[in-house]
Design a protein around this ligand. Structure first.
Ligand SMILES: NC(=O)c1ccc[n+]([C@@H]2O[C@H](COP(=O)([O-])OP(=O)(O)OC[C@H]3O[C@@H](n4cnc5c(N)ncnc54)[C@H](OP(=O)(O)O)[C@@H]3O)[C@@H](O)[C@H]2O)c1
Length: 331
């Protein structure tokens, strides 16, 4: 059994605690949160008897690894501390709030031989895996263009909407839907030209980039257009990605917690592929993380790889603010 401690007691701490426990190989040994009452309620819910309002006390429960599910700037402080304690890390979302901190995590993970996995579960999602298989097989022909749309109705009272706490919409939201899985399929972009606006919630301190369009140029002159943001009126279906090749195209409809479906367009056929029997991606990622602790697996969102999600998110912000195209190829 692996002893896993958790910091944070919100929505994603619940999702991932369940995913870790579903492996049958985990004991949640302690929970910490900002408020003792939330830590206690969450710990009780998952059958854990030890809880704190200070994450530093988690070490008294002798964990092997830490699940971190807190706002991103708080996360940076906790991940640095945890690596200094020689804990392995599963991080709820993006690796860090900026590239500088991400580089520090990468260095610490290497020098201390710790596993660090960023929480982009798409790379463990049957829909994205099937799309990757199609692209790798060459069935789409020469890749021409990529288009994605990911709108989420953000709560202006939550930390997600506070620029300082989240690090901004492109870092928080666009990195995971869908810069991270698109890079997995098409490689890293070479250049970015982006635009952003804020129309719905504009009070001081809230997100600078509420909605963003990023045009990305990938290897092989593949053109990408990614739209993401926190304005989502009504039940608008707005969670999709499309890969267009010279011979065929694939359109993905992933789910935020579960496995969606895809449409494969070839000739005059449109084939719908469902993945009802596939495992929940959070469970698959949790199992991959646990296997990597024994060295029997390599996770898919390593610090070295996922640093690029942050670089690209920062370039999107810089491009929009400066009104210029930014090259992502090192000189
Ligand atoms: N992969 C995905 O699909 C996905 C989706 C959504 C979010 N995420 C990521 O998941 C992570 C967690 O998001 P969430 O939606 O679960 O957030 P959330 O529901 O708002 O919960 C945040 C938790 O952090 C705790 N917290 C805040 N400040 C703290 C501090 N100083 N010390 C300790 N705990 C503190 C809060 O504690 P109290 O309750 O005690 O105040 C709360 O329990 C983020 O990294 C986010 O980007 C990933």
């Amino acid at each position: 059994m692996k002893r896993i401690a958790i910091v944070g007691a919100g929505g994603m701490a619940r999702t991932r605690a369940q995913a870790l426990m579903a492996s049958g190989e985990v004991e949640i040994c302690a929970v910490a949160s900002r408020h003792l009452s939330t830590a206690q309620a969450f710990a009780t819910e998952i059958g854990c008897a030890t809880y704190f309002d200070d994450y530093r006390q988690l070490m008294t429960a002798h964990p092997d690894a830490l699940l971190v599910e807190v706002p991103h700037t708080v996360q940076d402080e906790i991940t640095g501390w945890a690596l200094e304690q020689n804990l392995h890390l599963l991080i709820g979302g993006v690796l860090a709030a900026n590239t500088e901190t991400a580089q520090r995590i990468l260095n610490l993970s290497r020098s201390r031989h710790r596993v660090v996995e960023a929480g982009f579960e798409a790379r463990y999602d049957a829909v994205w895996i099937a799309a990757k298989t199609l692209l790798d097989s060459g069935e789409l022909g020469d890749l021409v263009a990529i288009r994605s749309l990911a709108l989420w109705g953000g709560d202006p009272k939550s930390w997600y909407y506070r620029q300082e706490d989240s690090g901004g919409m492109p870092l928080t939201h666009m990195s995971y839907c869908f810069i991270n899985p698109i890079r997995w399929l098409a490689g890293n972009p070479h250049a970015v030209s982006a635009f952003s606006n804020r129309k719905l919630h504009t009070a001081p301190g809230l997100l600078n980039e509420e909605t963003c369009v990023a045009n990305l140029l990938f290897k092989g002159n593949v053109l990408g257009s990614l739209t993401a943001g926190f304005v989502k009126p009504g039940n608008l279906p707005a969670w999709t990605a499309m890969f267009i090749g010279t011979r065929a195209a694939v359109e993905l409809f992933p789910l935020e917690n579960g496995v969606g479906h895809l449409l494969f367009y070839r000739g005059d056929q449109c084939e719908c592929r469902q993945f009802e029997s596939a495992d929940n991606p959070f469970k698959v990622q949790a199992a991959a993380f646990l296997a990597s602790l024994d060295g029997s697996n390599q996770c898919r969102n390593t610090p070295a790889d996922t640093l690029d999600d942050i670089r690209i998110a920062e370039a999107i912000v810089a491009s929009g603010r400066q009104g210029c195209t930014i090259s992502l190829v090192s000189a």
